[in-house]
Design a protein around this ligand. Sequence first.
Ligand SMILES: [Zn+2]
Length: 602
Amino acid sequence: MTVRLSEGAIESLTKGVEVSNPVLQCVNIRKIDGGNGLSRFRLMMSDGLHTMSSFMLSTQLNPMAEQNQLASNCVCMLKRSVTNVLKDGRRVVVILDMEVLKSADQMPGKIGDPTPYVEGQSKAQQSTAPAPTVRPLQPQNGSDGSMNRPPAQSFGKKPMAAPNTPGGSSKVVPIAGLNPYQSKWTVRARVTNKSSIRTWSNSRGDGKLFSMELVDESGEIRATGFNHEVDKFYSLIEQGKVYYISKGTLKIANKQFSSLKNDYEMTLNGETSIIPCEDSHDVPMVQCDFISIADLESREKETIVDVIGVCKNTEDVTRITTKNSREVSKRNVQLMDMSGRVIQLTMWGNDAETFDGSGQPILAIKGARLSDFGGRSLSTLYSSTVMINPDIPEAYKLRGWYDKEGHAMDGQSMTELRGPGGGGNTNWKTLAEVKNEHLGHGDKADYFSCIATIVYIRKENCLYQACPSKDCNKKVVDQQNGMYRCEKCDKEFPDFKYRLMLSANIADFGDNQWVTCFQDSAEILLGQNSSYLGQLKDSNEAAFDEVFQHANFNTFVFRNRVKLETYNDESRIKVTVVDAKPVDHREYSKRLIINIRKLAAQ
Ligand SMILES: [Zn+2]
């Protein structure tokens, strides 16, 4: 089959006339520096009559050039393109989508004898040449015989006038076609992420800004508004909604803070208009380029990535103080995907506070930062979008996999977890190991978890009378006049509250250990609250004893703090229960099986 080029298409493209799927031959391809370390490809194309070198490949098509699918002499069909007029009047055709019809090695060489196209000097069309599928935007009326009138075939989204925009004449262009050389444009895009307002203050003054991420079917871009534009647009913009946005300043994107696939980013300016778009179902939702968790191992740190996983484990939210003494909330979760690998993700601020990990939801993060903390871990950024159980195929696929088989897998963690209290970082020890390994003998206390059974609880002195004011648990002194004095509050009260401080002996298969339990863990061990126990002690000693008898031989997961303490020149190990929980036998059995396998492998 011979290939026909769409003769006349280059002239039409440069005149901004719509051309449907023109077939062109690549004459030359050149890599240029797109700024900011990015490569762009510039192509000279031929339609058989003319050549023109002002074709630019949109960056999402770069792989076609890098993998040599696009090379001199290959023949391609332009499926989607946009013609931009530069400030000096030159035109650039940005190719958004194309298909190689004949590869370079299938072509003997150049087709025809094209000459460089010069505007206004079009070659007379040879009568033998096939009619190009070219159509002016405003066809003349009644000229049926016009050879420029093709059958009504069109491809992809046609540009259309944006209704109700102040610059109503500007066409809706695809986001992928935006560039700094164009000033009149409108995009129709969904806001997939809207930041909160951030303020800054420095020697040059202060100000505020917000940013949002915009998506249409061609691509995505980040837009930022400052000061006046914050006042003007912030309250108008709703995440998830679609807007017509016209006129903004485009500049090279700072890739350090964004995973968006666009070389440019947009700044809203005094001329920008943003108008809600009602008919928006065809505009896509968030665009994510998910990377398998296993593949994160080989990625460079500080890379911004999109990740989706099952939230296998959720830690409690904590508050930390940053270097510039700001308090922020933080929460770690463990994410697993079908690669069977697990990675720790740290969420911050509101995302951390509001996250509910119950039911092991699917978590998708657009624009998380990969770090090498603890091997490999992820962290959300100010610009990240956190989506819980998002309505996307990847999420349903993952859910199905996890419910069917994934839940039974332990998953291999890429994050080496440390410190007390973390979800996956439990420092399991037997009581014999605690002694043999001299836990607590260092400068700092050690923490360990164990599964142990209560063998004895001392009921003597387990309750004390404490200050009734909130958050003060200081022991009060009975003034023997109906009043109780708290030294800490320096006050006398007509009442007190009972608090628990238990001494318990716990044992596992190899050893036993005396531990101290305070209020919360003591109530869990005894199965009763302290004020009820206080009443019983004073009113029904038999029932009080019963509670202690009943508590014996129950088994718990204990998390403990251990530290060598010295009283009167005598050092001894003190173990304090941080918390006690019922045994999750499924989890416990899984851990035993892993341990057995490890032993068997040795
Ligand atoms: Zn007090």
